[in-house]
Design a protein around this ligand. Structure first.
Ligand SMILES: *Cc1c(COP(=O)(O)O)cnc(C)c1O
Length: 228
């Protein structure tokens, strides 16, 4: 528990310091998304006691168990993992956010299966480093599909998400994140959208992400320790 508390304090200090260094406006704060995949519900509860409310999960069955057994109705659950099309219904109905939409078909299914609920907050995942094995829209593809996605009634397009190729070079990290920020600006102008969310930065690169405008950083290991 004290371990959890120390890690939590440390991450929040890193976020605050990066935010101050960036000179960003206070009107767009950074939200810490605690990535709790492969960690038990008790650890989620421990962070909840410290006022953490946003939790991210990548594996659907595991996440559904936790959601069912958690007794805190004000937790905000984010799905951030790869999405198979036969899993979209449970995702649409159990999460408030989905960060990992990587193709039009998935967006369509989530919208259909979200009906009768408030709109689902979505981020479109972009394959920013153009790695062939990594999921996400290419920059070309997002331009092809954006108008279709915008028409889907039960989704609110909140922004973009990326997992750039890991790098230990701060300048390289910044360059990747800057690309995502620029892309969001360009799409907002082109399609008259009001996307306000950049989901970027993890345990090892959150400083670079915040300096380039991240509004959600997704942190697992640095918060919970190694996964089980
Ligand atoms: C696991 C995961 C994270 C957290 O990664 P850590 O290195 O443990 O901080 C962030 N984003 C996504 C999409 C993940 O799958």
């Amino acid at each position: 528990m004290s371990n959890t508390r120390n890690r939590f304090d440390h991450i929040n200090q890193r976020i605050e310091k990066a935010f101050i260094n960036s000179g960003r406006s206070l009107s767009k704060p950074v939200t810490l998304l605690a990535v709790s995949k492969r960690h038990p519900l008790e650890k989620i509860q421990a962070l909840y006691e410290l006022n953490q409310r946003n939790f991210g999960e990548s594996y659907l069955q595991e996440a559904l168990e936790k959601i069912k057994h958690s007794s805190q109705p004000d937790i905000i659950w984010h799905f951030i993992g790869p999405i198979q099309s036969n899993k979209t219904k449970d995702i649409a109905q159990n999460f408030q956010w989905v960060h990992s939409i990587d193709r039009l078909k998935i967006a369509r299914r989530l919208s259909t299966q979200r009906s009768e609920m408030p709109p689902l907050n979505i981020c479109l995942q972009i394959n920013i480093s153009q790695e062939s094995q990594k999921s996400g829209f290419s920059v070309d593809k997002i331009n092809t599909d954006m108008e279709e996605i915008m028409k889907l009634p039960n989704l609110t397009i909140r922004g973009l998400m990326a997992i750039p190729k890991p790098s230990s070079d701060f300048k390289q990290q910044k360059a990747d994140f800057r690309q995502l920020r620029k892309l969001m600006q360009q799409l907002n102008e082109q399609y008259k959208l009001q996307m306000d969310t950049l989901s970027m930065g993890m345990s090892n690169d959150l400083e670079a992400a915040i300096s380039e405008g991240a509004t959600i950083v997704r942190v697992g290991t640095a918060l919970f320790g190694p996964r089980e």
